[in-house]
Design a protein. Structure first.
Length: 135
């Protein structure tokens, strides 16, 4: 599954700046996870070294945004919800991750139209990852 707008000939991946743009976004997201207070619950379910998580998100976003399908090539079909079932994701975890994504997107993507295109789709993905009731 890729995320390709119908109104623009360029893919979101290209509009984001390709590999470098996706790396900027994911690098900033995981830096924020270590610093944003509202990301504490999300950070707690991640390993101490976020490098592997950052790399996997980079690979997923690459293909999802219309670039090279790196995640599928290296790990198979994304099946995101299934891959996250072993981690307790309730409101605090999902909202923390989304807060990091929103801020990283705002800070690293100058194109407001592209941000407006990506954000609701990412928010839907974040909501889909919830697998626990709020405590």
């Amino acid at each position: 599954m890729t995320l390709v707008p119908t109104s623009s000939p360029a893919t979101p991946y290209q509009r984001l700046g390709g590999e470098a743009g996706v790396h900027r976004l994911t690098r900033r997201l995981y830096a924020l996870m270590d610093t944003l207070p509202q990301a504490a619950a999300c950070r707690a379910i991640h390993p101490s070294d976020l490098g592997h998580s950052e790399q996997k998100l980079f690979e997923f976003l690459s293909g999802w945004l219309g670039g090279p399908p790196l995640f599928e090539q290296r790990h198979g079909a994304p099946m995101l919800r299934r891959r996250h079932l072993g981690f307790p994701i309730a409101s605090a975890e999902a909202e923390g991750w989304l807060a990091c994504f929103r801020q990283a997107l705002e800070e690293t993507v100058a194109d407001a139209g592209l941000r407006a295109f990506i954000l609701p789709r990412v928010e839907a993905l974040g909501e889909h990852m919830r697998n626990r009731a709020a405590a």
